[in-house]
Design a protein around this ligand. Sequence first.
Ligand code: KG4
Ligand code: ZN
Length: 392
Amino acid sequence: EPKGLILAIESSCDETAAAVVRGGCEALSNVVASQMKLHANYGGVVPELASREHLRNIVPVVRAAMEQAGVSLDDVDAIAVTEGPGLAGALLVGITYAKALSFGLGKPLIGVNHLEGHIHAVLMEARQRAESPMELPLLALVVSGGHTHLYLAEQRGEGGWRYRNVGRTVDDAAGEAYDKVAKLLGLGYPGGPWIDVLARRGNPQAVPFRFGQIKPRAHREGISLSNKKAPAKGSGDVASFNFSFSGIKTAVLRYIETHEMRGSAEARRGVLAEHPEWKPGSEETAALCDAETLDLIASFQHAVVGNLLRQTFAAAERFGARGVVVSGGVAANSELRRRFQAEAHRRGLPVAFPSLALSTDNAAMIAAAAWPKFVAGEFASEALGATPQLRL
Ligand code: KG4
Ligand code: ZN
């Protein structure tokens, strides 16, 4: 008799994760082994090293998730796993292990899109808090080191959801811009948390970064493959609300050069390398930044968050969304949360963010996204493979 237990595995990037979730929302365990420290030495995720670490961690992480949940593998009703998007070699470790478990135990296998997982992280927690469920259609901003996507989540028939991609970055992801700008300024990796706390000490109006307006335009690519019957608006195409973050990164670089701030950034990099124990929010770290640097950091963040805010709410209005959900690593940003909350309040729209624990990669969100598929009996075949460029 089914107990509604899903064991989920996530290994798409630099976190090996496993979780046991009941009924799509009650996490009995959620174990994450982060490789952050390993990759920090290289200033980014090294795919080859990531795969090796996943291979080392996968068995102990799944074992820990089972032990913490206090259930046995026999109790599990299905195995869910991230099939993409992500690093091919990293995905393969989780998928291979999940397939072996599924085969060995005779339990169904469910393939999950990582981005759908990020969206469900938020909804799962809203359900846990027993809040009234957010009503569809929802506008979801997935914003991380690898993604800056806007999806419209709509009801599909009785059970499942369908997603329309209504915006994406045409170059860098927002988190990537944070990481690159932090690197230019000699700050630590990943850059987001450093910039987040230092920005509070600067003047966000000091440097007037302007985003060129990427106008909502109609193009076929904006329609996700899962939605061949895009709603007809005029031509039958769907407006897309795109992002671009490589321009602001270049503008910051130019600013650093024209204001001769390169030397101080190098010096900062050197001091921080000697003090790996200094956290982003510490006084020592702040003391390494002069007023001009803090203003630059605050202005950069203000511009990025403003751009995310404008595009997201413009899309929400355009598609008549009844709520906004923000997820992915950058959803942890304090200015982003504050300004999205204020704007949503102003418009009378509910907005939801994941808790900090569920905003970065984890497997509980994969189990949550797998739940509607489990209920609908949408199982993966034994030929399930890794799809690094998987679209939602
Ligand atoms: O979702 P995530 O953990 O991994 C993927 O990229 O899939 O996101 C990591 C990204 C990094 O670029 C990091 O700099 C950014 O999220 N990030 C932040 C903050 N915390 C993490 N960006 C802005 N503010 C933060 N507080
Ligand atoms: Zn992610």
